[in-house]
Design a protein around this ligand. Structure first.
Ligand code: ADP
Ligand code: MG
Length: 607
């Protein structure tokens, strides 16, 4: 007798279930997708014990008749595609016809359904492959599916289920993805009889984000969209300050399907490059639309992976849309000083709210309108206004203004004040249109240098100057190798390095922009960075990491007192390098305090 036997249907289904049905959350995902495909406008998800005990999905979609119900648990039974050509233009969430067959093979499932035309509903059950007849029953238009005791006949798989809390977390995640992509649906999620989310149609994706992720995230989102080259992109972007330690909050959707795509994700990362710490993940919600013929979703059973015909297009479009928005936005953190303790009533006695308002306003105006000299008498004092040399970037920045392909930055909120105050030789305080701004001198200067170098690099190599004497230094073998393999990088940066005896290199030229940095220290550190990164790292990224480093080294330090000219130059350059409120390491460069904020702090609101 031969050894090969054809597997029976239930075995086939169980094997398929191993791929698509990993845990209760996979069931929720598949069933939600089915309800959406059935045109439902309202879906309720009820879960007990993290879905281990029960998952019930109730929809008001088109329903199934008795004949369809009889086939619903058959493998490869689908109403969504008929011929192979259909695969090229999938417009539905499902199409493989394996979800219900899989679920039915690993749990106790009951489906009740009624079509719009029918006067009664029908039901069918499937207990781990043991199917019932189709029978009439009572029920509303639409479909209700109950999945009980998942994996109860498969102890090996049941063992891998986690606590109800963890499983519920996965369910919530899938629910969230569907909810974000389908803001036209009424969606409810209940756990153990308690309502977790109730999302109404027509509320808009931003409101959904608020409900699902909280107000502080949603209210600070930047919104942008573009339709170009056969592709529509809508994005809601969190400011760099909201970046997370993992990529969990990067929601990408393609034609309303949640996907993970390395091209799009890479573009997101690129877009935030230099605006935040490189090892963090920005929070983004990205909705892409393109003809289904331009990509393939039939790559993996769970369909979160897709294959684009033109992945470069995705990358460049996503990058362009995001980068434009980020560079054109004020990424400053709005000031949220720790709230002061409530004033006791006696503090307020003596003058009313109106008077208080006037007094504070007057004090602010006085402070900022007095000539600098008189500020000395105040509590704060200007730094010794020693007429130091102008900051190193001065000459370069005026050159930068003349560069032809400078991105068109929006005009910033104007910082009217010609007066400013250096606080503890580290921060600069100045009046803005609707309040005041605190500038971190190091962070801002670092940012300016970084942007200037980026712009210069787009034009060619950084302009360099020859050092009076070559600076030589010893290197390890690893450093030497790193130098050999990345010579180009140094050329780009305007750093000419030459061998100078065994294990010794000499620096001949160094970029003018970095004249505050020590050449040897800088090159050594850059080499260490290269060693650390390994030879095959993306050279583009390397350049930017080295630029980060360079900017940090060459920027004025905290604790360094600045002359008035230096401060004024720094603030002027902030306008040139507009919209760059975070230093490359992700710290904010400026924090603005609005009058409103001040009023709140001074308890002047609500009188
Ligand atoms: P697929 O979604 O890939 O077609 P499924 O196994 O998920 O495969 O579903 C099989 C078929 O059952 C679907 O094609 C659809 O015709 C029908 N179906 C499943 N769920 C529903 C539902 N909630 N409402 C109406 N029809 C449904
Ligand atoms: Mg399906």
């Amino acid at each position: 007798m031969g050894k090969i036997a054809v597997l029976d249907d239930n075995m086939i289904n169980m094997i398929a279930a191993g791929e698509v049905i990993e845990r209760p959350a996979s069931v929720v995902k598949e069933l939600l997708e089915n309800s959406i495909d059935a045109g439902a406008s309202k879906i309720v998800v009820e879960v007990e014990e993290g879905g281990r005990k029960l998952i019930r999905i109730i929809d008001n979609g088109s329903g199934m008749d008795a004949a369809d119900l009889a086939l619903v648990f058959e493998p490869h039974a689908t109403s969504k595609i008929r011929v192979s050509d259909d695969l090229a233009g999938i417009r539905t969430m499902g199409f493989r016809g394996e979800a219900l067959a899989s679920i039915g093979s690993v749990a106790k499932v009951a489906v009740a359904s009624r079509t719009t035309e029918a006067i009664e509903a029908y039901t069918i059950e499937n207990d781990c492959g043991d199917k019932s007849e189709v029978r009439p029953c009572s029920g509303d238009i639409g479909t209700t599916i109950e999945v009980r005791n998942i994996f109860y006949k498969l102890p090996a798989r049941q063992k891998f289920l986690k606590t109800p809390k963890t499983e519920m977390g996965h369910i919530t995640e899938h629910f969230t993805r569907i909810a974000l992509a389908h803001d036209d649906l009424d969606l409810t999620l209940c756990h153990n009889g308690r309502e977790v989310y109730r999302l109404l149609s027509g509320q808009g994706v931003k409101d959904r984000i608020q409900v699902l992720f909280g107000q502080s995230l949603s209210e600070d989102l930047l919104e942008t969209s573009r339709a170009e080259r056969g592709m529509q992109i809508r994005a809601l972007l969190a400011k760099p300050v909201a970046a997370r330690a993992s990529g969990k909050y990067q929601y990408l959707f393609l034609n309303r399907r949640f996907i993970r795509d390395r091209f799009a994700l890479h573009a997101v990362k690129e877009a935030y490059r230099g605006l935040m710490e490189p090892n963090k993940y920005p929070v983004v919600f990205l909705f892409m639309q393109m003809p289904p013929e331009d990509y393939d979703v039939n790559v993996h059973p769970t369909k979160t992976e897709v294959r684009f015909d033109n992945a470069n297009l995705i990358h460049s479009q996503v990058l362009a849309v995001l980068r434009d928005k980020l560079l054109g936005s004020n990424l400053d953190v709005s000031g949220t000083a720790p709230s002061a303790k409530p004033f006791s009533p006696e503090h307020l006695s003596g003058f009313g709210a109106g008077q208080r308002k006037e007094r504070i306003q007057q004090a602010m105006t006085d402070f900022f309108s007095k000539p600098a000299s008189s500020q000395h008498q105040r509590k704060f004092s200007f730094s010794n206004t020693k007429r130091g040399e102008p900051l190193p970037q001065t000459a370069q920045s005026s050159a930068a203004t003349a560069l032809p392909d400078m991105p068109a930055f929006e005009q910033s909120e104007s910082w009217h004040s010609k007066q400013f105050l250096q606080v503890h030789d580290s921060y600069i305080l100045l009046q803005s249109e609707d309040g005041f701004v605190v500038v971190d001198q190091h962070a801002l200067h670092e940012r300016i240098l970084y942007e200037q170098m980026c712009r210069r690099l787009r034009e060619g190599n950084l302009p360099s100057q020859r050092l009076l004497m070559p600076h030589s230094f010893e290197v390890t073998n690893a450093q030497l190798e790193a130098y050999e393999s990345q010579k180009e990088l140094f050329v780009k940066l305007g750093i000419e390095v030459e061998p100078f005896g065994p294990n010794t290199l000499a620096i001949q030229t160094f970029p003018a922009l970095l004249d505050k940095a020590d050449p040897v220290e800088f090159v050594k550190e850059a080499l260490d960075k290269l060693v650390e990164e390994g030879a095959d790292t993306d050279s583009e990224r390397l350049v930017h990491e080295v630029l980060d480093m360079a900017a940090c080294k060459a920027a004025v330090k905290a604790g360094q007192s600045l002359s008035e000219e230096e401060m004024s130059q720094l603030l002027k350059d902030k306008d040139i390098v507009q919209r760059t409120s975070r230093c490359p390491h992700g710290r904010p460069t400026t924090i603005s305090f609005s009058m409103k904020e001040l009023e709140k702090q001074f308890k002047r609101t609500g009188f």
